[in-house]
Design a protein around this ligand. Sequence first.
Ligand SMILES: [Fe+2]
Length: 254
Amino acid sequence: MIIAQISDTHIALNTPDAAQRMRDFELAIADINGLDPIPDVIVHTGDIVHSGNPDEYARAQAILAKARPPVYVLAGNKDNRANLRNAFAPCGYLASGSDFIAYAIDRFPVRLIALDTLSSRSNKGDFCSERVRHLIDLVDAETTKPIAVFMHHPPFEVTVGPESLHFETANAMTELRRALQYSGRVIGVFSGHVHRATAGHVGCIPATVLACIATTLRKGKYPASMKARPVYHLYRFDPAWGFSTAARIVAGSP
Ligand SMILES: [Fe+2]
C-alpha cells in the first residue's frame, strides 16, 4: 500500500502569489497521477485554503477532482470546518453529527484515521476531552489492522523553526499522545502546519511532518533550482517493516 501525503496548499484568490499556489497544487496532483505504481490514496493534511471561503474551496476541489487515487482531506487552522464540509461532503467520508472533522477509513490494509486539531482561539492545535474520546472510539472500532493517523498540527516537540510546541497547551498534546499510544496499533503519525519537513516520535511511533506544497510559503533552505518545485511524501507500507518514507520533488512550473 502506498499513501501520498500533501499538505498546506493554502489556496487563495487575491494574494500576489495566488497563481503560484494554484500551480504548485496542480503540479503535485499531476505528479502523483503519473507515478507507477500509482499511490492507493492521497491524504491532504489541511490548510487546504488560506481564508476558508467557499470560492477557495471550489478551486481546491476542482484540482483534487483530477487526482486518480481517492483523496481524503482534513482541516488545518486556516480551514473553515463548515465550508470544508460543504465542499467535500459529496465525497461521502465526512461523518455528520459532530462539529469535528474526524473519521476512519477502513478500506485499506492500513486503517487511516484523520483527526481535527483545530482551536477556535488561535492557529495552534487543540485536542479537548471530546476529541480524545472520539479518537479512542475510532481506534477501538477495528482491532486487527495497523493504523496511520493524520492530523494538521504535529503532536511532538518540533526542533526546527521558531516554535517547538504547536499545541496551545502541553496538556492537550499529552492527552492526544496518550490516546495515540494506548492501543499499540498506531504505526505512523503524519502532519503538516509548520511548512518545513521534520520528524519526531509519539512514544515509539514515528511521526513525520511534510513541508507545505505552496512553494511561496515554504520555510527552510532550499537551492534556487527548487524554488518552484513542490515536495510531497510517499509512504510505502510493508506488513513486516511498517512504513518507509520517500520525499518526491515534482517538476517545476513550466
Ligand atoms: Fe497550519
